[in-house]
Design a protein around this ligand. Structure first.
Ligand code: COA
Ligand code: MG
Length: 317
C-alpha cells in the first residue's frame, strides 16, 4: 500500500471504537475518506490492553485497506498517558496504518515525541512512517498553534478541533450555533492554512439520530465548510455520507467554477485581468478560488468533464 500523498482527501473521519469487535468488522464494509480506530476515549482504562490487542489482530487479519476507504488511521492515547508507548509499539509498525491521530496535543514537544517514535517504528527504509494528525482540544494548544504546526515538518498532516474537551477545559456552555467555539475554530483553520497542512477537520456532531440529528449535522457541515474546514469527525456510519457530500463542492459551486475557469482563460488571452460574469466582477482571487473548486471536485469524483463540455462556449461578459 502506498504511503498517503499530502493531497489526501479527508472529508469524513469516522471513529471506530477498537474495543468493539462488531464495529471493527463493520468498518471494513464502509465508504469513508478516513477511518480512525480509536484507543482513546471510547475505550475505558481497564479495557485498553484488550482493545489494543483486538485492533492489532484486526489489522493483521485485513492487511490491505478496503478500496472504499482512502486512509486508515489509529487514534492512540495522549502522550502524557501511561498507554502511549504500548499503543505505538504494538500498532505503528503495521503496514496498513496510514496515519496516527494524536489526542490532547498541548505543545510542540508532544508531536516531537510522536514523530520520533514513529520514525523509530518505521517499517522499512523504503516506507515513510505514518502521517500525524493532531487533535487540538485545550486553551494551551490554541495558544501554541504556531509551534505545534511547526513541530513535525513533513509528518504533521492535519489538525482536528475537538469540542468536548475544549469546552471542558474552558468551562464553556455549549449552544447549537457553536458561537462559543468561533475563536478556536477560526484560529485552527488559519494556523493549518498558514503552515500549509493538507487538512483541517471540524468538531463531532454528537446528535446523530433521526431527522433532527441529520438537520443539525447538515447545518454544522455547511458552517464548518464555510469557515475553511475540509472535513468533519463522525461517530456513527450514518453521518458519513452527509459529511462526504457536504464537504465536496456542491453542484452549483462546480458549475460556477467551471464557467469562470473557461471564461477566465479567454479573458486572459484577451489581456483582461478583471471581467464580469452574471454581473459580478471576477479577478485573480476569484478565478483562483474557482480553479481550486474545480480541482477539488475532480478529486471528489465529480463529473467535471461533462460540465466543461456544457460550458465550453462561456465567454467573459
Ligand atoms: N463504527 C463502525 N460501526 C458502527 C459505529 C462506528 N462508529 N457506530 C455504530 N456502528 C454500527 C453498529 O455496530 C451497528 O452495526 P450492526 O448493523 O452490525 O448491528 C450499526 O452501526 C448501527 O449502530 P446503532 O445501533 O445505530 O448504534 P449503536 O447504539 O450500536 O452505537 C454509539 C452508538 C454512539 C455508541 C456508536 O456509534 C459509537 O461507539 N460511536 C463511536 C464513538 C467514539 O468513537 N467516540 C470517540 C470519538 S469522539
Ligand atoms: Mg477529546
Amino acid at each position: 500500500m502506498a504511503a498517503q500523498s499530502s493531497s489526501v482527501l479527508r472529508r469524513a473521519l469516522l471513529y471506530v471504537p477498537a474495543s468493539s469487535p462488531r464495529m471493527l468488522t463493520k468498518s471494513l464494509g464502509l465508504t469513508s475518506d478516513n477511518i480512525t480506530y480509536d484507543l482513546e476515549d471510547s475505550v475505558t482504562p481497564s479495557a485498553k490492553p484488550e482493545a489494543r490487542a483486538q485492533l492489532r489482530a484486526h489489522l493483521l487479519a485485513s492487511p490491505t485497506r478496503p478500496p472504499t476507504v482512502s486512509e486508515l488511521a489509529i487514534r492512540v492515547n495522549p502522550v502524557s498517558s501511561p498507554y502511549i508507548d504500548a499503543d505505538l509499539t504494538s500498532l505503528a509498525p503495521l503496514p496498513n496504518i496510514d496515519a496516527v491521530v494524536v489526542p490532547k496535543v498541548n505543545s510542540a514537544s508532544d508531536l516531537q515525541y510522536i514523530s520520533q517514535a514513529l520514525s523509530h517504528h518505521a517499517r522499512s527504509p523504503q516506507r515513510e512512517p505514518p502521517k500525524i494528525i493532531a487533535l487540538i482540544e485545550s486553551a494551551r494548544a490554541v495558544m501554541d498553534l504556531r509551534s505545534i504546526c511547526a513541530a513535525a515538518p513533513g509528518a504533521l498532516s492535519g489538525l482536528i478541533f475537538a469540542a468536548e474537551d475544549f469546552a471542558l477545559d474552558l468551562s464553556i456552555t455549549r449552544t447549537p450555533d457553536l458561537k462559543e467555539f468561533l475563536y478556536a475554530r477560526s484560529a485552527i483553520v488559519t494556523a493549518a492554512r498558514a503552515a500549509g497542512l493538507p487538512s483541517v477537520i471540524d468538531l463531532v456532531c454528537t446528535s446523530y439520530k433521526g431527522e433532527a440529528g441529520l438537520a443539525r449535522l447538515e447545518e454544522e457541515c455547511r458552517g464548518g465548510k464555510a469557515m475553511g474546514f475540509n472535513g468533519k469527525q463522525c461517530i456513527h456510519p450514518s453521518q458519513v455520507e452527509t459529511v462526504q457530500r457536504l464537504f465536496a463542492p456542491s453542484e452549483k459551486e462546480v458549475e460556477w467554477a467551471v464557467r469562470i475557469t473557461i471564461a477566465d482563460e479567454k479573458a486572459a488571452a484577451a489581456g483582461k485581468g478583471a471581467w464580469t460574469l452574471d454581473g459580478a466582477m471576477i479577478d485573480a482571487p476569484v478565478a483562483g478560488k474557482a480553479k481550486s473548486i474545480v480541482d477539488k471536485a475532480q478529486r471528489c469524483g465529480i463529473d467535471v468533464k461533462s460540465l466543461q463540455e456544457k460550458w465550453k462556449d462561456q465567454e467573459p461578459e
